[in-house]
Ligand binder design. Structure first.
Ligand code: AMP
Ligand code: TRP
Length: 328
């Protein structure tokens, strides 16, 4: 049997190069050889306030981007989390089998809540919903960026604990990250990860950015004053980040790129990177605009939801039985 894969992306703002390089690229690679389920996790997005109409739109945006980067609904199941209510149901069961201590240790919660007493409860229990997503589909592998590794480790702990307590129920999943690009950094502050929520739009490149915007963001990106192109994450985080992006989009190893630019300045390197990124984004954008308004998109999500719902219900039957919920 093929290994099972599950992953998800939040429909909050537009997908950026970090999401693409760290996560979506793997989604596409895996769909040919594995049994893949990819979700648009709108229930995770409401952990922070959202405009309802905008959330509906960005949910469709992300679905269209999934297909624009190469996900094929004939190969992978694509669906929206809130259309399968078993996610919320399992999440509650896991909530009752987890500890506040282990959730308090999640670095994403610490970052996002900043120690505030008025942090939304959903932000705190967010990793349990994520664990439910993964465990419902018996996933062996979860392709994500490096920032989600801790959440996968928690999911493993929860699955093992549940299995020990109630008998074999869940598959224990493994994290899968990219060797190059598991953590793409912000262009303006290369010691922080590129994120959808940073205020400065030049900190990230969205997959839908126009060529002029891409140019501006890359040309303005923070580097250093040494003037030598070499890969050194601690001393030269800016150039190292750009080298990573260059390497991924050109298909060349980082060493090769470094060699190619021996003796060149940052200006030329950045100009070439602008071209490479724009060349890569152009076909994605063309496909996105074709799909976004199509009937096809809705059909894919409806069918995906039905397929995913059937798998999720099977798992929930097992779970309800184990924990003692009545079956009338
Ligand atoms: P999110 O936007 O938080 O829903 O993230 C979607 C996927 O992109 C997850 O697998 C993240 O781990 C991944 N991701 C987000 N930001 C980055 C980044 N800066 N570098 C690499 N991967 C990222
Ligand atoms: N928490 C993930 C993020 O912010 C998104 C996510 C939700 C996810 N559920 C998931 C990723 C299940 C992988 C598997 O990036």
């Amino acid at each position: 049997m093929k290994p099972k894969v599950f992953s998800g992306v939040q429909p909050t703002g537009n997908i950026h190069l970090g999401n693409y390089i760290g996560a979506l690229r793997q989604f596409v690679e895996l769909q040919d050889t594995m049994d893949c389920v990819y979700c648009i996790v709108d229930m995770h997005s409401i952990t922070l306030p959202q405009d309802p109409e905008q959330l509906r739109q960005t949910t469709l945006d992300v679905a269209a981007l999934y297909m624009a980067v190469g996900l094929d609904p004939k190969k992978a199941t694509i669906f929206v989390q809130s259309t399968v209510p078993q996610h919320a149901e399992l999440s509650w069961v896991l909530t009752c089998n987890s500890y506040t201590g282990e959730l308090s240790r999640m670095t994403q919660f610490k970052d996002k809540s900043k120690g505030s007493e008025s942090a939304p409860t959903g932000l705190f229990t967010y990793p349990l919903l994520m664990a439910a997503d993964i465990l419902l589909y018996d996933a062996n592998i979860v392709p994500v960026g490096n920032d989600q590794k801790q959440h996968i480790e928690l999911t493993r702990d929860l699955a093992i604990r549940f299995n020990n307590k109630f008998g074999d129920t869940f598959v224990v999943p493994d994290y899968k990250g990219m060797e190059v690009g598991a953590r793409i950094m912000a262009l303006d502050e290369p010691t922080k990860k590129m994120s959808k929520s940073a205020e400065n739009i030049h900190s990230r490149i969205s997959l839908l950015d126009k060529p002029e915007k891409v140019k501006k963001s890359i040309m303005k990106s923070t580097t250093d004053s040494e003037g030598i192109i070499r890969y050194d994450v601690s001393e030269k985080p800016g150039i190292s980040n750009l080298l990573t992006i260059y390497s991924v989009f050109s298909g060349k190893k980082i060493d090769e790129v470094v060699q190619q630019y021996e003796g060149s300045g940052y200006g030329q390197f950045k100009k070439d990177l602008v071209e490479i990124v724009n060349e890569h984004l152009d076909p994605i954008q063309k496909k996105y605009y074709e799909i976004r308004e199509s009937e096809e998109l809705i059909k894919v999500l409806k069918e995906g939801g039905e397929k995913a719902g059937a798998i999720a219900e099977n798992t929930m039957k097992r779970v309800r039985e184990k924990i003692g919920f009545i079956n009338l």
